[in-house]
Design a protein around this ligand. Structure first.
Ligand SMILES: Cc1cc2nc3c(=O)[nH]c(=O)nc-3n(C[C@H](O)[C@H](O)[C@H](O)COP(=O)(O)OP(=O)(O)OC[C@H]3O[C@@H](n4cnc5c(N)ncnc54)[C@H](O)[C@@H]3O)c2cc1C
Length: 370
């Protein structure tokens, strides 16, 4: 592939996160050729959303992927516990008819499985390009979008496609180059994120505590880990990290005393936390002619409630059906792409509103359990 002989596919998907990887697989299965491009050198990026809920599980099951992903390693979480001063003050069990409150699936297991299933299809029409960054839209003389510009291993090139999908996450380059504007919302908090070994014998659960009026959430993870998500006031990290570290981390140990050994061994300085600046967005339009956005590119969610990964999988499922119908007309008409937002927009907006409601009522909910 070079600029004189560019790759030419039906659908070019920018971003091999859960949304892009699943979409590429589903299209490939229908004989629709795809280019799945990813700026990272591999699929193993850390600190991604990894809690699968019923919606995400239903999509994977519908396409026969769920059991294969689980076989690579997954951990169903059995309860949500609320803690205070080192004690459980309330436990929520799975709803009637459900066996868990979410499943931890390492995202590399999910992505590896989907991408390898796709590559192993008997007549694969999928090109997976790592170390490849989308740098702009490729247009013909009339201004029509006919593909994308890329830089692969630093070398400029292009890919031609009938449809371009922006599955490239919260800071989507496809969205930016298409002139689609997101309505960005701050939520008043940022997140400190760390992963440490779980104490031996800890049951798989989500554990919540209130720390200076902010939410502290622990998620058991497959492989014997616990993920810590500690909300701090928005923009406060630079002043916080000028304070002594020990009193801060002691609060974590006071809330969950059984973490003391693991915290002492693995969280020793401010640098042992990753700071995530929290914001959500909703793109007013998800399409521009033959360009369509999905997942975080169309609607970034905050980590609250663990909706984002699942919403990206649902988008990919819906978009694959739309694109499969469009393939029968050789992608002549682009209007059907607008169906994605029509089908998915209301549910996404409800989830975004639910996140705000969960965030603002956390302290009240917590106090009502005392
Ligand atoms: C701290 C945190 C915790 C979360 N926890 C959960 C959770 O437990 N459950 C849940 O459901 N959701 C969670 N989420 C949300 C979830 O991670 C996202 O909603 C989900 O990953 C979105 O998937 P996606 O496929 O749309 O995009 P992404 O997963 O963001 O994938 C986009 C991909 O595009 C690539 N890319 C970006 N730009 C370019 C470019 N120009 N060229 C080529 N490639 C590019 C990126 O490298 C990336 O691989 C969490 C989010 C955060 C920040």
């Amino acid at each position: 592939m070079n600029d004189n002989n560019p790759l030419n596919v039906d659908v070019c998907i920018v971003g091999a996160g859960p949304g892009g990887a699943l979409l590429s697989y589903l299209l490939n299965r229908q004989g629709i050729s795809t280019a799945l491009i990813e700026r990272q050198p591999h699929l193993h990026k850390s600190f991604r959303g990894e809690l699968l809920n019923q919606d995400g599980e239903a999509v994977l099951s519908k396409h026969g992927l769920f059991s294969g992903v689980v076989q690579l390693g997954a951990l169903p979480l059995e309860q949500i516990q609320y803690w205070e001063n080192g004690q459980i003050i309330h436990t929520f069990h799975p709803a009637e008819g459900e066996s868990h409150v979410g499943i931890h699936i390492p995202q590399n297991h999910l992505l590896d499985f989907i991408v390898s299933e796709s590559q192993n299809l008997p007549h694969s029409h999928e090109h997976v390009l790592f170390n490849t960054v989308m740098t702009g839209l490729l247009r013909d003389k009339t201004g029509k979008t006919i593909g994308i510009h890329i830089r692969q291993n630093g070398v400029p090139s292009s890919i031609q496609a009938s449809v371009i999908v922006g599955a490239d996450g919260r800071y989507s380059a496809v969205r930016k180059h298409s002139g689609l504007t997101p309505d960005v919302r701050k939520h008043g908090y940022d997140l400190l994120w760390a992963r440490i070994p779980a104490p031996v014998g800890w049951e798989p659960a989500v554990r919540m505590a209130s720390m200076d009026g902010q939410q502290l959430a622990l998620f058991s993870q497959y492989g014997g880990y616990v993920q810590i998500g500690w909300n701090i006031p928005q923009g406060s990290f630079s002043s916080l990290r000028e304070q002594p570290f020990a009193p801060f981390v002691e609060k974590l140990v006071a809330a969950f005393p059984c973490l003391s050994d693991s915290v002492a061994a693995h969280i020793q300085t401010w640098s042992d936390f990753v700071l995530l600046s929290v914001e959500s967005c909703y793109s007013e339009s998800w399409t521009q002619d033959n360009v369509v956005l999905l997942g975080d590119a169309a609607h970034t969610m905050t980590p609250t409630g663990a909706f984002g990964l699942n919403a990206a999988l649902e988008d990919a499922d819906a978009l694959s059906e739309i694109l499969t119908r469009m393939a029968s007309d050789h992608f002549k008409f682009t209007e059907p792409l607008q169906q994605l937002q029509i089908l998915r927009g209301d549910k996404v907006k409800q989830q975004l509103a639910r996140q705000v409601e969960m965030e603002s009522s956390f302290q009240q909910r917590y106090e009502s359990l005392r």
